[in-house]
Design a protein around this ligand. Structure first.
Ligand SMILES: [Zn+2]
Length: 327
């Protein structure tokens, strides 16, 4: 979408995992000093004795800190789940009404799917911190923005886009960094940024394939999957992305060479924009996309495990192994 950007790399269309410190293992081996203590002998302080004690202290400290963080994360998660379930029970009617008014995708779902959609949306909303820049907060904002993320991830197991803790909402186009052009939205390591007026316009006209909410969530989805490390993101999405690219890359290359077609010309900017524009078109012009870019449409259905033209949307329920909406 003109006036947006994203900062990440996908190597060869597949994955670009960052290495992280999690998964490091610390082994504490036996040594003569510890055996001596067990047998009652006075250990003889050796040249390494101080270093050994220091190592034990450091390792112990790391374990305490790491264990404490894990425990804290579990407590916070349980609290968030409790809050989101409570909000869902108390406000379901209001969520349902607002989503019915403003979200065309939600309106097209059958009843049971709508229930699942609201659950996922509330859960997503309670997993993010929303910050409002130059605009008064409104309960509708986090709800509808969360719904845009849930829409594109509706066929995936993992939908929280956990890489991002923060979502920033602006009144309208905003300046970012040293860019001259104002932004409608962007995604970077610090969070997902959206201008509210443009977000609403995107859903007001749901047939022009211009939807900044869907566009930025598409960036956020690949960012989350390819920058969160091996355990982050949705395993199925990561596996299937290479299949998608086998179809999408040649089409992107054709656009770079000047071929004009259904996709907005902004898709030719780079492959990340091609991806985000293709997702916008997939949801807002599915009939045209299926007719004109049938292979790309099918590849997108396969990748996202959903077909916007089907009433139930989800193509393969067996891929949704995790049934819990509140997580
Ligand atoms: Zn973009």
């Amino acid at each position: 979408m003109p006036g947006d950007t994203s900062f990440f790399v996908i190597n060869g269309d597949t994955t670009c995992f960052l290495t992280d410190s999690q998964g490091k293992r610390v082994f504490i081996g036996e040594n003569e000093a510890s055996k001596s203590v067990i047998t009652g002998e006075q250990p003889k302080p050796g040249p390494d004795d101080g270093a050994f004690k220091g190592s034990v202290f450091v390792v112990g400290l790391i374990l305490i800190i790491f264990g404490g963080r894990v425990l804290l994360a579990r407590v916070l998660k349980a609290y968030r789940v409790k809050l989101s379930k409570g909000a869902y029970d108390s406000n379901f009617g209001w969520y349902y009404k607002e989503l019915s008014i403003y979200n065309t995708y939600f309106r097209s779902l059958p009843g049971p799917q709508q229930e699942k959609f609201v659950q996922r949306t509330v859960s997503f909303m309670f997993n993010k911190r929303f910050t409002y820049e130059g605009i008064e907060a409104d309960d509708r904002m986090p709800l509808l923005i969360s719904a845009a993320a849930v829409q594109i991830t509706f066929g995936l197991n993992k939908y929280h886009l956990d890489y991002f803790k923060d979502i920033f909402v602006y009144r309208e186009d905003y300046q970012h960094g040293l860019y001259n052009q104002p932004f409608m939205g962007h995604v970077s390591a610090d969070g997902i940024h959206l201008s509210w007026n443009n977000f609403m316009k995107g859903y007001e006209n749901y047939s022009d394939a211009e939807n900044v909410g869907i566009h930025e969530m598409a960036h956020a989805l690949t960012y989350d999957n390819f920058m969160s490390g091996e355990l982050g993101g949705d395993a199925g999405f990561k596996e299937r992305f290479a299949d998608f690219s086998r179809i999408a890359r040649p089409l992107f290359n054709q656009m770079r060479q000047g071929k004009v077609g259904l996709l907005n010309s902004y898709a030719a900017t780079n492959y990340h924009e091609f991806w985000a524009v293709a997702v916008e078109t997939f949801f807002e012009k599915p009939v045209e996309m299926k007719a004109e870019l049938g292979e790309l449409y099918a590849a997108m259905c396969w990748l996202l495990n959903q077909d916007p033209l089907q009433p139930n949307k989800i193509l393969n329920n067996a891929l949704l192994t995790s049934r819990k909406a509140f997580r």
